[in-house]
Design a protein around this ligand. Structure first.
Ligand code: NAD
Length: 257
């Protein structure tokens, strides 16, 4: 097999059991990385991703680690170290993709403090401490890629708390880039627009009118597939993106232009 862009690299992708995270994990594995598949609950789905990667000659292993409670980052890296036995010689990581995220569709007037805490715990606190705890194991020249959202840039008050988490994630990215730059580690955020994943299935898949409205928001005139985002992440993970850091990479298909 000819050399692949990520041969010899190790990646952790959170939320890799479905949707965008799954597509990212499969793409990074195709590019040659050994991929740790972070997942919260759905063991069968994580196994299906694993099988698919293996069937294509890729390398991966599952890491069961729910996020969103205190100590989650410590537990994830402990689970990683247990799971990597037999797959990797050491605990080093080249590429950390903070993809796991949850939404809260509630207007300002209706949002509860509990909703607020939950969405910030998964979308902001978990990536923050996952990176912090990874500092000794992130290899020089590595990558941190945060899956944020176009909602951080385009006002959508119906998801105001979710949007605020992604704004916080982007600010975290910016500061990480400065902090980690001397080690050659880049940090970037990716902004998907509306992507056809399970989280949108209820309103997107069975309602052609809703789908057409969603498609019309993007200049490119369609709803994104997970691969549209995974390919951008793969670029950021690659050597070709070594001089890009502290940036938000818009992958909304030109929404809100
Ligand atoms: P999804 O719901 O299909 O997948 C989310 C993944 O995160 C799942 O694998 C899930 O298990 C994991 N996850 C959720 N809560 C978790 C927890 N507490 N602990 C560990 N893992 C957890 O969503 P998706 O559409 O694939 O979204 C992936 C990322 O992309 C999210 O950060 C989301 O905010 C972002 N995003 C999605 C869209 C979209 O339209 N789908 C748009 C912009 C941004």
């Amino acid at each position: 097999m000819s050399a692949r862009p990520l041969d010899g690299k190790t990646a952790l992708v959170t939320g890799a059991s479905r949707g965008i995270g799954r597509a990212i994990a499969e793409r990074l594995a195709r590019d040659g990385a050994t991929v740790a598949l972070g997942y919260a609950r759905d063991h069968a789905a994580a196994t299906a991703v694993l099988d698919r990667i293996h069937s294509r000659g890729g390398r991966a292993f599952p890491v069961h680690a729910p996020l969103g409670t205190h100590g989650d980052a410590t537990r994830l890296w402990a689970a990683y170290d247990l799971a990597r036995a037999g797959h990797l010689d050491d605990g080093g990581v080249d590429i950390l993709v903070n993809n796991a995220g949850i939404g809260r569709s509630a207007a300002l007037a209706d949002l509860t403090e509990q909703d607020f805490d939950e969405v910030f715990a998964v979308n902001v606190r978990a990536p923050f401490f996952l990176v912090q705890q990874a500092l000794p194991r992130l290899r020089d020249g590595g990558r941190v890629i945060n899956v944020s959202s176009g909602a951080a840039r385009i006002a959508m008050p119906e998801i105001i708390a979710y949007a605020a988490t992604k704004g916080a994630l982007d600010t975290f990215t910016l500061n990480l880039a400065k902090e980690l730059g001397p080690r050659g580690i880049t940090a970037n955020s990716v902004h998907p627009g509306i992507v056809d994943t399970d989280v949108n299935a209820a309103w997107l898949r069975d309602d052609p009118a809703a789908r057409a409205r969603a498609a019309s928001l993007a200049a490119l005139g369609r709803v994104a597939e997970p691969d549209d985002i995974a390919d951008v992440v793969a670029f950021l993970a690659s050597h070709d993106a070594r001089w890009v850091t502290g940036r938000i990479i818009d992958a909304t298909g030109g929404s809100g232009l």
